[in-house]
Design a protein around this ligand. Structure first.
Ligand SMILES: [Fe+2]
Length: 336
C-alpha cells in the first residue's frame, strides 16, 4: 500500500492511500483504517478502481446508522408511514420505506444554486451540522470529473482552523452556541392536516412541530460551532457559519439570544479558512472518507457544461467510538 500526505494545510497532513500490489479496498484491515481515519480525519482512496455500486459495501463496514438526510429524497411517504418517523429507529424507517442501501448513495444535492450557465461556489460547511442528525462521517465518490480544473471540492481542517483563530474569536464560540431554526422536508407532499408536536431525542433539538399539510418538520437546533476532536486536547471548528445565504433548510440562525454573530468574527473565520483551504482535484473513482465533525468542505464554481458527478454517502453514526484509537494511557499522550 502506498501512503502519501494530502496537504500541509491539514493537521497531520491528511492521507492518500493507493494500492501498490492490487489490494482491494474492501479487504483493507478494519482496525488500521479506523486508526488512520481518526488520526488524519480524511483518507483519499485513489486508484482502487471502485465502482459506484460497490460504495456501500465499504461504507457498511464502518457504519452503525446512515443519516436521515436520504429520507428527504424518499419517493413517497404516506400518512401511516409518517407515524413511524422516529429519529431513533432509522433502520425500521428504512424498512418501512423500502429504502435500500443503494439509495443511500445519492447525487450531491448542493447544486441547487444555479446561476444561468454556471454553478456558484459553495462555501465551506460541515454536512448537516445545523441539523439534529449530524453525520459523523461523509463519503464522497467521484463518478465523473472532466471540468478543466473547475469545480474542485474544497477541504479545510477544523482543527487547524481553530488553532489559527485569535483569542476573541475562540472565546466567542466557546461561550456561544449557535441556534438554528429549521424547516426540514420529510415528505414530498401533503401527508395530513394541521400540525403535531414532535420530539427528537437529540441534544439541542427542540420545539419540533410536524406540518402535516406540507410534509415539513419545523424544529430548533442548538449546537456549538466548536467541539472536541478525536485527538487528545484538540478542538474542531466545524459548522455551518460560513455558508452564504444559508441552506434552504435554515430559516434563521444566530446566537441563542437571537443576535447575529459579530461581523469581525465571521470575517476572521473567513480569512483564516481561505488560507487553509485545499482544493481537491478529483480523479475518476476517487473515494474519500471524511470526518464531518472535524473537516469543513465546499466546492469551487463550475460550468453547467462540465462533467462533474460526485456522489455522497452520509454515516450518521460510525460503528467505532469517537476517539477509540487515539486515547492514550496517562503519560502516553503522544499520538504515534
Ligand atoms: Fe456538503
Amino acid at each position: 500500500m502506498i501512503e502519501k500526505i494530502i496537504s500541509d494545510k491539514f493537521f497531520g497532513g491528511g492521507l492518500i492511500m493507493s494500492p501498490s500490489n492490487g489490494e482491494n479496498v474492501r479487504k483493507l484491515d478494519y482496525d488500521v483504517i479506523i486508526k488512520l481515519f481518526e488520526k488524519h480525519g480524511v483518507i483519499l482512496f485513489r486508484g482502487f478502481n471502485l465502482k459506484p455500486e460497490e460504495i456501500t459495501e465499504i461504507t457498511d463496514l464502518y457504519t452503525q446508522h446512515y443519516a436521515h438526510d436520504a429520507l428527504r429524497r424518499a419517493s413517497r411517504m404516506g400518512q401511516e408511514l409518517v407515524r413511524t418517523v422516529d429519529y431513533d429507529s432509522h433502520d425500521a424507517l428504512l424498512r418501512a420505506h423500502r429504502i435500500t442501501q443503494a439509495d443511500m448513495v445519492k447525487k450531491k444535492d448542493e447544486d441547487w444554486k444555479v446561476d444561468y450557465d454556471s454553478y456558484e461556489e459553495m462555501s465551506l460547511h460541515s454536512e448537516s451540522s445545523y441539523a439534529p442528525d449530524y453525520p459523523e462521517i461523509i463519503w464522497f465518490f467521484c463518478n465523473e470529473f472532466f471540468t478543466n480544473g473547475r469545480g474542485c471540492t474544497t477541504l479545510c481542517d477544523g482543527i487547524k482552523l481553530w488553532d489559527n483563530l485569535v483569542y476573541e474569536t475562540k472565546n466567542f464560540f466557546l461561550l456561544n452556541p449557535i441556534r438554528y431554526k429549521l424547516t426540514i422536508p420529510i415528505a414530498e407532499k401533503k401527508i395530513g392536516n394541521g400540525t403535531k408536536k414532535w420530539l427528537i431525542n437529540q441534544q439541542g433539538a427542540g420545539d419540533g412541530l410536524l406540518d402535516l399539510s406540507n410534509g415539513l418538520l419545523n424544529i430548533t437546533q442548538i449546537r456549538f460551532a466548536v467541539h472536541p476532536s478525536r485527538l487528545p486536547d484538540k478542538m474542531c471548528f466545524s459548522n455551518h457559519i460560513l455558508y452564504r445565504d444559508t441552506d434552504p433548510n435554515i430559516l434563521e440562525w444566530g446566537t441563542i439570544d437571537g443576535n447575529k454573530i459579530p461581523q469581525n468574527i465571521l470575517d476572521e473565520v473567513k480569512e483564516k479558512s481561505k488560507e487553509l483551504t485545499y482544493d481537491l482535484d478529483w480523479k475518476k473513482n476517487d473515494f474519500v472518507m471524511l470526518d464531518n465533525k472535524r473537516f469543513i468542505h465546499g466546492r469551487r464554481t463550475f460550468k453547467k457544461s462540465d462533467k462533474r458527478d460526485i456522489m455522497i454517502v452520509e454515516t450518521s453514526s460510525a460503528n467505532f467510538a469517537y476517539g477509540s484509537t487515539t486515547r492514550r494511557k496517562i503519560n502516553q499522550n503522544k499520538i504515534s
